[in-house]
Ligand binder design. Structure first.
Ligand SMILES: Nc1nc2c(ncn2[C@@H]2O[C@H](COP(=O)(O)OP(=O)(O)OP(=O)(O)O)[C@@H](O)[C@H]2O)c(=O)[nH]1
Ligand SMILES: [Mg+2]
Length: 416
């Protein structure tokens, strides 16, 4: 346990990782903007993202409420960028599912719900966005009046899907929202100069109430999972950067344990092991002396080149974790109606395995107790990866093939 360090204890206990997920254009980035107070164009910031108006890279930021700190990732909704969505889903504790209330359930709504659930986040709040488009009566009224029938229809569909995926629907909260109007009310502007006028800001004040409601629901509904801070520290590296004058920086959510500044560590993956030292630890521009489980941190590493660690790497202490390329797993294969395959497969089948932030091609080398593996069934498989990575028992992962999530599994035995 960490003792006598308030800063460290605070970040260990009070940080919740969450993400806005949902179909392309449902308003995830706009919702993020209302929670962080950051203008939309500062979130979708690469030139390609601005031009196309879609999110490609997951954007990360943090904010504090009276109750806790949130590390918020804004996941991309477009199906071409699903890998970024998966990396995001693999690192979060809770989900803000953004649904366009005028469209209801859409294909990526389902896929994101399944991925979030199967990669480990069971806490969810549904943001029914674009409620300004279903206002009824006098829109200039200071009260929000919306088409309740439409809201109820969409809610029923979502609850049905959430229940089928496995969520405890009794705990699911819904918030009727207009991210766009709330942005205008906050003076963050939006589509046109008219959105920044004092009249527009005043006229949209009523849409601030749902933002408050959402933050309250987040504080009251979400629970920070108990962090494993006693095990050997492990970071499955999400991103690697070179910062001039500082060297190489690796980032991600620490899975277990506690890293400290000046720790002798190893970067491990793809069959390589590189010895190094943590020279600095930061999180969202603050410096810390420790980086503990459940926190999204950046670690500066001494004398490591970014080019040496391209691929699937983990940060560990020497003699704690190992790399594996073969493991046995319990896998559930999604059927057609769940977005999975419609045909069975045999030994030799090669899906893509998404093990938290790692993404590796895997070959099915054994199907235990059966000749073929059928969609809709639980199967016991041995999988062989094309390159070794740091793994541990009970790790949850997803299997994908040609744009489809075809199954979800859990490692039950590490073989070689
Ligand atoms: N009317 C209305 N439009 C909205 C609202 N929220 C977002 N929009 C519009 O919906 C479009 C998509 O919004 P984004 O926030 O970029 O959606 P996204 O889900 O982040 O999109 P991707 O990241 O590309 O998947 C934009 O044109 C917004 O102006 C809302 O509450 N009401
Ligand atoms: Mg977006």
């Amino acid at each position: 346990m960490i003792s006598g360090n308030n800063e460290a204890n605070e970040i260990v206990l009070e940080n919740l990782n969450l993400a806005t997920v949902g179909h392309v254009d449902s308003g995830k980035t706009t919702v993020t903007s209302t929670l962080t107070g950051t203008p939309y164009d500062k979130i979708d910031k690469s030139p390609e993202e601005k031009e196309r108006g879609i999110t490609i890279d997951a954007y990360q930021t943090s904010y504090k409420t009276a109750k806790r700190q949130y590390s918020h990732m804004d996941a991309p909704g477009h199906r071409e960028y699903i890998k970024n969505m998966i990396t995001c889903a693999a690192q979060i504790d809770a989900v803000l599912l953004v649904v366009d209330v005028t469209m209801g359930l859409q294909p990526q709504t389902r896929e994101h719900i399944m991925l979030a659930y199967h990669l480990g986040s069971r806490q969810i709040i549904v943001v029914l966005n674009k409620c300004d488009l279903i206002e009824i009566g006098d829109k200039s009224s200071p009260e929000i009046k919306i088409d309740q029938e439409q809201v109820d229809l969409v809610k029923a569909d979502i609850l049905d899907l959430l229940a089928r995926v496995g969520f405890d629907t009794a705990k699911v909260k819904f918030v009727c929202y207009s991210a766009y109007r709330a942005c205008v009310a906050m003076g963050l502007g939006y589509n046109s100069p008219e959105d920044r006028t004092p009249e527009a800001i005043k006229a949209n004040q009523k849409w601030l109430a749902p933002v408050k409601q959402l933050l309250n629901e987040m504080d009251n509904t979400f629970v920070v999972p108990k962090r494993d801070i006693d095990s050997d520290p492990l970071l499955m590296i999400d991103e690697t950067y070179t910062i001039s004058g500082r060297g190489t920086v690796v980032t991600g959510v620490v899975s277990r344990g506690v890293f400290k500044t000046n720790d002798a560590v190893q970067v491990m993956g793809e069959g390589k092991v590189i010895d190094t030292v943590i020279t600095d630890i930061e999180s969202f521009k603050h410096k810390y002396s420790v980086g503990a489980a459940g926190n999204n941190m950046a670690f500066c590493l001494r004398s490591v080149k970014k080019s040496d660690i391209s691929g699937n790497f983990a940060l560990v202490k020497p003699n704690t974790y190992k790399q594996y390329s073969e493991f046995r797993a319990q896998v559930y294969l999604f059927d057609d109606s769940e977005g999975g395959r419609n045909k069975a497969f045999k030994v030799g089948y090669k899906p893509q395995a998404y093990l938290k932030v790692f993404n590796v091609t895997a070959e099915v080398v054994a199907i235990h107790g059966a000749e073929i593996a059928k969609p809709g069934e639980n199967v016991d498989l041995t999988l062989k990866l094309t390159s070794p990575v740091v793994l541990y028992n009970n790790l949850n992962f997803a299997l994908r093939e040609g744009g489809k999530t075809i199954g979800q599994g859990r490692i039950i035995e590490l073989i070689a």
